[in-house]
Design a binder for this molecule. Structure first.
Ligand SMILES: O=P(O)(O)OC[C@H]1O[C@](O)(COP(=O)(O)O)[C@@H](O)[C@@H]1O
Ligand SMILES: [Mg+2]
Ligand SMILES: [Mg+2]
Length: 280
């Protein structure tokens, strides 16, 4: 596993350079989810794939930006699903973005995830590794230094409500309104990595990306986005659910499947489960 973490560190140093100097324009291509790919999405995907190809312990990889699984080493132990540049459309307005990696064994599905890593590219570059616990590292002078272990409080103060609000179910809108009426503060940048990183570091709160009338299964992708963060939140003493059950119990039928998702500390997630149980 250490070889994979080192590979992610190496890729992140290159992606940082790419973000700082690369072209933020659109490419001519779409990915499997139908998003127009930015040149930065494609270039960061190439950086990661080229580095992962040199690691013998990786059996196969799949990227949010590619259609198919890429087999690497027959005898490799690990499968990695990754989102090379999450929130890439925020680079041109100079907001934070990230990379997300889910490390799986045997199958690309929720019950096979065994570790998760994400990297935030903001004013500083930070890497968060969840294996048995959740550890944060910061890039300083070309090296990732350990900074702290992350754990969530039982209850937080932040609310990050995602997706198109005029497509929310009325009970979901009521839930979000009630949370604001209880004094929670709005914190939503449109980048899943910095938004979830903020909630983790500020002790807790709620990030939601529900199913909506325009996207009943939500927007966020199971293997590349939801399961890795679900793993991290659970290891940090929080929870991640699809409204009704643990996100890590959601079935995957296709590598690019999406799911509604909610991440947070225990008080907020229990509140979501209660409301969805009554209305779902
Ligand atoms: O603009 P919306 O609908 O709230 O969606 C925001 C979400 O979409 C994403 O940007 C999707 O990720 P990509 O940029 O990798 O496609 C998440 O980072 C973010 O949480
Ligand atoms: Mg993404
Ligand atoms: Mg992406």
């Amino acid at each position: 596993m250490q070889d994979i973490i080192k590979a992610i560190e190496e890729a992140s140093i290159k992606i940082k350079e790419l973000i700082e100097t690369g072209d933020t324009g659109k490419s001519e291509q779409e990915n499997s989810t139908g998003d127009t790919q930015l040149k930065l999405d494609i270039a960061s995907d190439v950086i990661i794939e080229d580095i992962f190809k040199t690691i013998p312990s990786i059996k196969a990889i799949v990227s949010e930006e590619q259609e198919e699984i890429v087999n690497l080493n027959e005898n490799g132990e690990y499968l990695i699903a990754y989102d090379p540049l999450d929130g890439s459309s925020l680079v041109d307005v100079n907001l934070s973005v990230g990379s997300i990696y889910g490390i799986y064994k045997d199958n690309f599905d929720a019950k096979s995830i065994i570790a998760s890593v994400y990297v935030v590219f903001g004013p500083r570059v930070e890497m968060v590794v969840a294996i048995d616990d959740v550890k944060m590292y910061r890039l300083k002078k070309g090296k990732f230094e350990f900074i702290q272990t992350i754990t969530l409080d039982e209850k937080g103060k932040l609310n990050a409500p995602g997706s198109t609000q005029n497509c929310w179910a009325p009970f979901h809108k009521q839930l979000i309104d009630d949370i604001f009426n209880d004094g929670y503060r709005l914190r939503y940048s449109g980048g899943m990595v910095p938004d979830l990183h903020q909630i983790l570091l500020k002790g807790g709160g709620l990030f939601s990306y529900p199913g909506t009338t325009d996207r009943p299964k939500g927007k966020l992708r199971q293997l590349f986005e939801v399961f890795p963060f679900a793993y991290t939140y659970e290891k940090a003493n929080g929870q991640a659910v699809d409204g009704f059950k643990r996100a890590l119990e959601v079935e995957t039928t296709h590598i690019h499947d999406t799911t509604p998702c909610f991440f947070g500390s225990n008080t907020e997630i229990n509140r979501v489960l209660e409301v969805y149980k009554k209305n779902g």
